[in-house]
Write a protein that binds this ligand. Structure first.
Ligand SMILES: [Zn+2]
Length: 310
């Protein structure tokens, strides 16, 4: 039986700023562990964040290049959860009032060019880094923590569920990276972690309006891994549906060595993060003249032929 595959991507790219999102610490890659930290990005009591203007400019540049609608006022929220790489036990992000809504990117697919819609663009701060001893991650027995990355500015880009295969997801990512590099928003070096991509994938009967049961796939570290992981997951779901089995919502981690998607845990809803407005960061109001000035500085879009080659 043929099923329709429905995929959307949640992408995070590191913005090309010299300093972090809310403090003056350097964002340089490869520095001595825990050398680019200060009371603000370590969340010490009394330290107050100051928003990095350059990060806002770069995020807006991406929004304008992707025809996304920049919101006059956006807000910062605390996404609360505990992990050892998160010194504040929350991460500043934008929840219900992001920087920009909608937008699209035209991508050349094997069966012709198509516009893939975007749901939103938002600013977020990066967590620190856990360096696991052992590979794959599931076999590690301990980890080390490096806070140099904590507080580096990220741009979150969430696509509409309009991608239909692993190959389309890869081609979309390649086109997006080309655009972000061309506009100077990010250097999008996947191997240095400056672009990360999670995906949600479900299958449904052709023409059926009911949504399928989603799997979230994480830990895809290259364009090729995105394609392989999503094709793997589509095949797995198709086999279950053909048998008449019951689908359950789940989160998987792509195992690059074994080329399988391994289930991690049941999916928590966004309510699990208790998003709360950040009392230290006032709403960000953007002047129309500020947006216009950035619009005028936008370079032309990268040539389509170049987008195809990458
Ligand atoms: Zn800092």
């Amino acid at each position: 039986m043929e099923f329709e595959t429905v995929i959307n991507l949640e992408i995070h790219v590191v913005l090309s700023t010299r300093s972090k999102l809310f403090c003056g610490c350097s964002t340089a890659f490869g520095a001595e562990p825990n050398s680019n930290c200060c009371p603000v990005c370590l969340g010490l009591p009394g330290a107050l964040p100051v928003l990095n203007r350059r990060a806002v400019e770069l995020a807006l540049t991406a929004a304008l290049a992707l025809d996304s609608s920049v919101q006059e006022e956006c807000c910062f929220d605390r996404k609360n959860y505990y992990r050892p790489d998160l010194p504040k036990a929350y991460r500043v992000s934008q929840y219900d009032r992001p920087l920009a809504l909608g937008g699209s990117l035209e991508v050349d697919f094997p069966d012709g060019a198509r516009r893939i819609g975007l749901e939103r663009l938002h600013l977020e701060e990066e967590a620190g880094r856990l360096i696991h001893a052992g590979d794959p991650i599931m076999n590690s027995t301990y980890f080390l923590v490096d806070y140099n990355r904590a507080g580096i500015p990220l741009l979150g880009i969430v696509t509409a569920p309009e991608l239909r295969s692993g190959e389309e997801a890869r081609l979309f990512l390649e086109a997006l990276c080309s655009l972000l590099r061309h506009t100077g928003v990010s250097d999008v070096k996947m191997e240095q972690g400056s672009l990360r991509c999670d995906a949600n994938i479900s299958l449904k009967q052709p023409g059926c309006r009911e949504k399928g049961v989603k799997t979230a796939v994480k830990n895809m570290n290259s364009f090729r891994a995105v394609e392989l992981a999503l094709n793997y997951e589509a095949r797995r779901q198709a086999e279950i549906m053909e048998r008449g089995g019951k689908m359950v919502q789940r989160i998987c981690c792509w195992d690059e060595v074994r080329k399988v998607a391994v289930p991690l845990r049941g999916k928590e809803g966004s309510s699990g993060y208790r998003h709360l407005p950040d009392p230290d960061l006032p709403p960000l109001r953007l002047e129309q003249s500020f947006i216009e000035a950035l619009k005028n500085k936008l370079p032309g879009l990268p040539p389509r032929s170049r987008r195809r080659q990458q």
